[in-house]
Design a protein around this ligand. Structure first.
Ligand code: FDA
Length: 302
């Protein structure tokens, strides 16, 4: 119930404006967001690299409504690629297709994506296409598959709460497309998505095993300790190298577990979001865990 309310509010323009103007909410957002500027993201990324944790940089922003905005975001992503290359940061890039203009036109979005991937190719930097709400699932997978025919260093995300996820994972494995497996962060109806945590987890574990057994350097992106233990046991029992996959977590979440996995010799990558458009991202993090809402409210009341 609270989760649904927070996810609905994440799409509410008036509430977004109210929160974005609020200084205290902005400072509370730093719990999950590296900052509003690329330099701040660099600072956070360098600190993680020092702890032997790799980074996925994510410029926040989604659902841009004009061609010019989509081109501006594309340039910002390209600047992030340049920064990674010039600073030798252990980082790759995560992008959202609706930030590249998918709501304006698919051609525009693919043109912008090509510009980013071309730039990524020059620097040999991997680019992951994030998965958004289910209106975009089919198009995102199609675009990722097409991009993979032209660029080696591109992958996408599969959400285990969707009934279709297992078939998508198998299809992407067949094409050697790199997959980041997540549970899914949006509000989806029962007609297409599991609603119970137990079912989402079970679907996650099924897809995870397929990816670990035959995926192309999959990313097991979760903070769920039980699932992480199951992944570790699965690779040990099947003789799969720790070098063949990576764990991923979100900035500011379960730092203890991030460090522990690094100490155990696993690859760990942390998703570092930055930018002025942090509102929907922060609302999704609060929807995942009510304690995060309490954290923000406590700051607001201080
Ligand atoms: P689950 O929600 O079951 O939580 C398991 C445990 O993890 C909790 O008990 C708690 O201890 C901890 N935890 C989880 N979320 C927390 C939070 N917000 N704050 C504090 N503790 C928390 N989604 C999507 O739809 N598209 C995408 O492209 C991505 N990309 C992405 C990248 C990376 C690197 C990660 C880790 C996640 C995503 N996600 C995503 C988000 C994902 O779908 C999911 O919503 C979150 O990861 C939370 O799910 P968990 O797997 O952690 O499990």
């Amino acid at each position: 119930m609270l989760k649904d309310t927070l996810l609905s509010l994440s799409q509410n323009d008036r509430f977004r404006e109210f929160v974005l103007q609020n200084k205290i909410a902005r400072s509370a957002s730093r719990r999950f967001v590296a900052g509003e500027l690329l330099d701040e993201a660099l600072h956070a990324a360098l600190a993680l690299n020092k702890q032997s944790i790799q980074v996925a940089l994510d410029l926040l922003g989604e659902n841009v409504e004009s061609e010019q905005d989509a081109r501006n975001v594309t340039q910002d992503y390209i600047s992030a690629l340049d920064l990674v290359a010039h600073t030798n940061l252990e980082a790759n890039l995560s992008i959202k297709l609706t930030a590249l203009g998918l709501d304006v036109s698919r051609d525009l979005c693919e043109e912008n994506l090509d510009a980013i991937l071309e730039h990524g190719k020059q620097h040999n930097i991997f680019v992951c296409i994030d998965m958004e709400g289910s209106d975009y699932t089919e198009r995102t997978i199609e675009i990722a598959r097409r991009a993979k025919q032209r660029y080696a260093e591109v992958g996408t995300v599969i959400q285990s709460y969707l009934y279709r996820s297992r078939a998508d994972v198998e299809g992407l494995c067949d094409l050697s497309v790199r997959v980041r497996l997540v549970k899914g962060a949006y509000q989806e109806p029962q007609s297409i998505a599991y609603q119970q945590k137990r079912e989402v987890d079970q679907s996650y574990v099924e897809s995870m095993k397929i990816l670990l057994a035959r995926g192309n350097f999959p990313a097991i992106a979760t903070h769920d300790e039980e699932i992480i233990k199951e992944a570790c046991a699965f690779v040990r029992d099947h003789g799969i190298s720790k070098e063949a996959f990576e764990f991923q977590m979100l900035y500011g979440i379960r730092r203890d577990l991030q460090e522990k996995l690094v100490q155990q010799g696993y690859n760990m990558r942390v998703y570092v979001p930055y930018g002025a458009q942090w509102y929907p991202y922060m609302m999704r993090r609060m929807a995942e865990r009510p304690a995060n809402l309490m954290f923000v409210l406590t700051n607001l009341l201080r």
